[in-house]
Ligand binder design. Structure first.
Ligand code: PEP
Ligand code: MG
Length: 603
């Protein structure tokens, strides 16, 4: 926090909102231990039952709202939570502890801790993922027993223009959000590349993450200004500040209207180099918007968002419908659909990792290859959806060609299964990979012959190359995509792609940052895929720079020793060639304030 009370975090999704704080504290509360006398036991058991009955009532209400706002599958997680509270064994164990003279909250807390540990160790992944539901239930019942305020996000009144302030937004909380009541999101945890930030951008909700202590500094009902572009929250603004930010919000809206003029413009650099600009789509509902953003197809569809926050995996038909929706929106433009990248910070239900090192753990292609039926269900849905357009399949987190070959075998099996059922599908889908591990980047040549394209996932590539957790707010300033090691890896991937005649795109966040997009063009990248809302912005960057200058700048950056020097080399060339055009600073508020481009604009 700086002198005038403003709190600074990481800009995650642009936009200015002036409104009241809605503080959501969704953490397991401290439970005071008490011994109760024999005569109080019956009363404690009654208190327990009353709290459970009330919790079930609340869950039924929440379920109804989630069904309305997110859909029936998303709402099903609340059925799971209601069934946990109806479990006879659970109630029996809690009651038996109360009969041993324990207060109701301690008894309930102990049983839930035990169940969570038990579930977390289970061999079945979908059962492990129930840990998130258990935690939600634990918080809800304990809050009722302890008389704590009911903090459901769904309680925000419609049209409140509220700014949701919370520690971290788990998927189960996300599906409860009433998007008509919440105008912006601010979290203590997270970074630009964590799932809450990605989702906020998808939903077009202004958001700031990595605020560290916003939940302890802000209070419900307090008026604040949230500026998603600079990552700043200003509590209790003066009338003059409100006026200034209202003016800026109007200017930003006008700028967006100006950007819309670019929808039909070609993404060609000043010296005539054509860049293919595609959209990242995280939810099928976003496809229509993305198709009208000027994107030439989808460069990355993150299918795990079909699963996150749900109680069960979507079946083949449901997935087929979801993929078809995206493919149909894009009239034969390529649609690159990535197979499930679950794990890391993108876990179904609750988002509570149960591994010591989830980012190095059982995630993405590893999980899919081990759970062949789950994977083949997705592959069958993709093969069928390809009847409606140009679907390309992309595998995440590849480190060795064995994984590609195994995935290809499963793709062939999936096709045979469709043959056996007599279902129509397309046979010739290109199978490409995300290059997002140093192994895949350094040894890209060992993969090139077995794949149809490369797409560089810079969010993970930076994380793994620099050994910096992409979701850890304390490390944000060390997450430096312009580190020479990262630049060299990107150059290497481009060279291998060129040598083998493979398309190389970048679909990580780097592609939507002006200075970094400039660097990528200079490194030889000719395809960029960015959040749909950033498509016009990146198009303006492409049209405002020259590939020749970008190449010189990238060569200079590659010759430096540090990310800071690389940034300075790129920036000086960008500014001397194109002047201080304001759009080149879009999304880079730190620079506007005279700081640097380093990292993703962290504090
Ligand atoms: C990446 O890692 O850069 C990427 C695009 O994938 P995700 O952010 O979904 O991990
Ligand atoms: Mg990734």
């Amino acid at each position: 926090m700086v002198a005038d009370g403003r709190i600074v975090g990481m800009p995650a999704s642009p936009g200015i909102v002036i409104g009241p704080v809605h503080l959501l504290l969704w953490e397991v509360p401290e439970v005071p231990h008490r011994i109760v006398g024999d005569d109080a036991v019956a009363g404690e058991i009654e208190r327990l039952h009353a709290a459970i009955a009330r919790a079930k009532e609340r869950l039924a209400q929440v379920r109804l709202r989630a069904e309305k706002h997110a859909g029936p599958e998303e709402a099903a997680i609340f059925d799971v939570q209601i069934s946990i509270l109806s479990d006879g064994e659970l109630l029996e164990r809690v009651e038996s502890l109360i009969r041993q003279n324990m207060n109701a909250e301690t008894a309930f807390d102990l049983v839930m801790i035990d169940w969570r540990q038990h579930f977390a160790k289970h061999s079945q992944p979908m059962i492990r993922e129930r840990v998130g539901d258990l935690t939600d239930v634990q918080i809800r019942v304990l809050s009722l027993l302890l008389g704590l305020p009911d903090h459901d996000p769904v309680d925000v009144p419609k049209g409140a223009n509220a700014i949701l302030v919370t520690h971290d937004l788990t998927p189960s909380l996300t599906v409860q959000l009433d998007r008509e009541a919440i105008a912006a999101i601010a979290t203590d945890a997270g970074t630009r590349t964590s799932h809450v930030a990605i989702l906020a951008r998808s939903l077009g909700l202004p958001a700031i993450v990595g605020l560290r202590d916003a939940t302890t500094r802000l209070h419900s009902g307090e008026q604040v200004i949230l500026d998603g572009s600079s990552g700043m929250i200003l509590p209790n603004p003066t009338p003059a500040q409100i006026e200034a930010y209202t003016d800026r919000a109007i200017r930003e809206a006008a700028d967006e209207v100006g950007l819309r003029d670019l929808v039909n413009a070609e993404p060609v650099t000043l010296d005539g180099v054509r860049i293919v600009l595609r959209a990242n789509v995280d939810l099928p509902e976003d496809a229509e918007y993305a198709a009208h953003s000027g994107a030439e197809g989808v460069g990355l569809m993150r299918t795990e968002f079909l699963v996150v926050g749900r109680a069960s995996m979507p079946d083949e038909d449901e997935q087929y419908r979801a993929y078809t929706k995206v493919v149909s929106a894009f009239d034969n433009h390529p649609v690159v659909i990535r197979t499930f990248d679950m794990g890391g910070d993108k876990l179904p239900v609750g988002g509570y990792p149960t591994e010591a090192n989830p980012f190095l753990g059982w995630r993405a292609i590893r999980m899919c290859l081990d759970e062949a039926e789950l994977f083949k269900t997705q592959l069958r849905a993709l093969l069928r959806a390809a009847m409606h357009g140009d679907v390309r399949i992309m595998l995440p987190l590849i480190v060795t060609v064995d994984e590609v070959r195994q995935a290809r075998r499963l793709l062939e099996e999936a096709a045979s299964e469709l043959d056996a059922r007599g279902v129509e599908y397309r046979h010739d889908l290109p199978l490409g990979i995300m290059v997002e591990t140093p192994a895949a980047a350094v040894a890209a040549d060992t993969l090139a012959r077995d794949v149809a394209f490369f797409s560089i996932g810079t969010n993970d590539l930076v994380q793994y190359t620099l050994a910096v957790d992409r979701g850890n707010a304390n490390l944000a300033s060390r997450f430096t995509p312009l580190h020479p090691a990262v630049l060299r890896l990107i150059r290497r991937i481009v060279e291998v792609g060129e040598h083998h005649g493979l398309e190389v795109s970048v679909c990580g966040e780097m592609a939507s940052q002006p200075l970094m997009a400039f660097a990528l063009i200079g490194l030889g990248v000719r395809q960029l895929s960015v959040a749909a809302r950033s498509v016009p912005l990146v198009k303006r960057i492409v049209r405002g720079v020259s590939a020749r200058v970008a190449t010189d700048a990238a060569d200079a950056a590659l010759a430096t020793q540090t990310a800071r020097e690389a940034e300075a080399a790129l920036r000086s060339r960008l500014l001397s060639a194109f002047g201080d055009a304001p759009f080149l600073r879009d999304g880079l508020p730190d620079y506007v304030d005279g700081n640097t481009f380093e990292g993703y604009g962290g504090p």
